[in-house]
Design a protein around this ligand. Sequence first.
Ligand code: IDP
Ligand code: MG
Length: 215
Amino acid sequence: MEATLVILKPDATVRSFVGAYTTKVILDQGYRVTAFKWVQVTGELAEKHYEEHAGKPFFNWLTTYIKAAPVVAMKVEGENVIQGIRRMLGATMAQKAEPETIRGKYGIWGGVNVAHASDSPETAKRELALWLTKAGLKENENGQEKAEEYAKSRQATKDYTKKLRETCKALSERRVSIEHAREAIKQLLTEENPNAKPHHISNLTEAIIQNFLLP
Ligand code: IDP
Ligand code: MG
């Protein structure tokens, strides 16, 4: 049986219906969640997790984004689960992901793309070992039950993906100022989930904005 590491990134957890939906899709595929944990990523963990990208122009941005709010880390098992979940997520850049995929449905823009999933058996092995030793992810602690509970925790009462993308598109085409986009995004995220912590919304907003300032 194959295993993979899935991380619900800060945009999925702050927009909690997106994290819940992604978890539901994983469970509906019949995969088993054998470990589930909320983790506030540290600088050290972020750099180790993304070490293959060290030196790339988006590396610092990426390690800041993943720390923007707590993430959910899951060990997921099943037949061909690595490829299965990669397919389900879709292409890396949110605005280019196929519309029927999770990133296509809920990714906001650029690298702000809902979730991470290991890309090969070797990567899965390395990443699972890292998160099991350095992030406190543990097996045999009711992972499946925790995932089921999270999947049921919230439905989309308001889904502003389209509005968020329109603002991002306008910013990418320099039709709105950074200040305007920042305020608009913060407001949309707050309306979507009034229970999210304001500093997590601010951090996520900044990660979305900084996407556009990458070299
Ligand atoms: P993956 O998550 O689809 O495997 P990778 O190429 O491994 O994509 O990149 C890791 C993460 O880095 C992506 O999920 C995305 O958040 C971010 N990223 C990748 N390429 C870019 C880029 O060109 N600009 C901004 N962020 C990027
Ligand atoms: Mg990758």
